[in-house]
Write a protein that binds this ligand. Structure first.
Ligand code: FES
Length: 102
């Protein structure tokens, strides 16, 4: 996919929370950190847990299945930086959050 896709209204995802959305058939984890949105691949590299439904604490999200924790601003696992989740570009326009899978 070569362009941004609208995924949800900004008001739907308050600061400090995450959400799971689907873009072009791919699951994406979306987070609002103090008003800045971040998007990661939605499946945890450990066992496929839903990162968008994880526990958000500041810039970190913990997978709800076995608690692996990632920095949502980099995609890096906080314990092992080589375990990285792909990041996606995000923009806010017209009151909506848009994600680019590219
Ligand atoms: S599936 Fe995410 S920590 Fe195990």
């Amino acid at each position: 996919m070569s362009q941004f896709t609208p995924v949800l209204d900004v008001a739907y995802l308050p600061p400090g929370q995450g959400a799971e959305v689907t873009v072009g058939g791919q699951v994406v984890a979306l987070f609002n950190v103090n008003g800045t949105f971040h998007a990661l691949a939605g499946r945890c590299p450990h066992g496929g847990g839903p990162l968008g439904r994880g526990f958000v604490d500041g810039t970190q999200v913990s997978c709800p299945w076995h608690n692996w924790t990632f920095d949502v601003t980099t995609g890096e696992n906080v314990a092992r930086v080589d375990l990285k989740v792909a990041r996606h570009a995000v923009k806010v326009e017209d009151g909506r959050v848009w994600v680019h899978l590219g």
